[in-house]
Design a protein around this ligand. Sequence first.
Ligand SMILES: Cc1ncc(COP(=O)(O)O)c(C=O)c1O
Length: 385
Amino acid sequence: MRTYGETIFAEMTRLAVETESVNLGQGFPDTDGPRSLLENASRNILEGVNQYPPGPGRPELRRAVSRYRSRHYGLDFDPDTEVYVTVGATAGIAASLLALVDHGDEVIVFEPMYDSYAAMISLAGGVRRSVALRRDAATGRFTFDPAELRAAVTPRTRLIMVNSPHNPTGTVFTAAELEEIASLCREHDLIAVTDEVYEFLTFDDHRHIPLATLAGMRERTLSISSVGKTFAVTAWKTGWVSGPEPLVRAVRTVNQFLTFSANGALQLAIADALDNEDAWVEEQRAALQGKRDRLAAGLIGAGFDVDMSEGTYFLMADIRPLGYEDGEDVARALPREAGVAAVPAKVFYDHEDEGRHLVRFAFCKRDKVLDEAVARLDRWRSEKG
Ligand SMILES: Cc1ncc(COP(=O)(O)O)c(C=O)c1O
């Protein structure tokens, strides 16, 4: 792990605090989740739900996960054997990769990628094969070249990691894109691990389609999601893995030695929210869409080229119109010079040049915070001339 060092999010957040910057780097909302969720969790703690829950998770949460996957996507999972609760999606990803990747196995990932994938594939002894998501000039969205994806498969390929809605590009994979992935999995007998933490945060007419709903995929897909983004409680670190029993059993075998179980009082409250807070989630989705538009317009006004975001908390901004080439230089300078923090996109890439000119901004903040960031960026740009 020597090459990994401190994550860029920790570094940028520290820099943001030191410089009293508006932090649009790390993706966490600055408002709370639904009141009922917070009250239920507090009550559970006060009423004594404070000892180890069962390793696979509280049955109430496993049943609620099973119900919402069925209600939203028509996917049916047995809550006793096909749903497993983890310490955030992060532990679900870790346990899945450690369980399924053997030394020397190849894992296909799309780059840019959420940073835990690379680290966990390394810890499992696996080898990354990255396929680029590139900006399509005609549509302004990031997508992959199916031929490049096919060429990444070798006899050693074991698994493909799929994140949609995608951090950091905001791409929500279409049915056609998912079918490209699914047909490859079926042809080469690959397992898919899907990171769906932004499943309910999609904009305009884009909607999340779980890969497991495609023909032949339910039996070869581990789907991972968590409470953090859906209910704006990123500190709660409670996630879940659902999939066919043999794959979930493998995750369970590993996870019992990673964390064994996750916070029980929160699990009960989350179960209730998954059943009863669809309206709150829809309100949040609509509000985030407005925030995306607000920040995108502001960044364009401040001289950035902004790419379309179909989902998540994020949008990507091209710094070249401002006369810069390297997003890392800009992201390091912005807190001190402008009082705004963002993340250089190249940290999400294996092939850093692909993302050199991009910076990622988070828009999951109150409107006045977004407006303040934009005002500071405007000032910074005019001072720079
Ligand atoms: C793509 C992606 N996966 C997973 C996570 C982490 O989820 P959790 O907080 O549930 O561990 C994040 C958080 O930023 C993310 O962006």
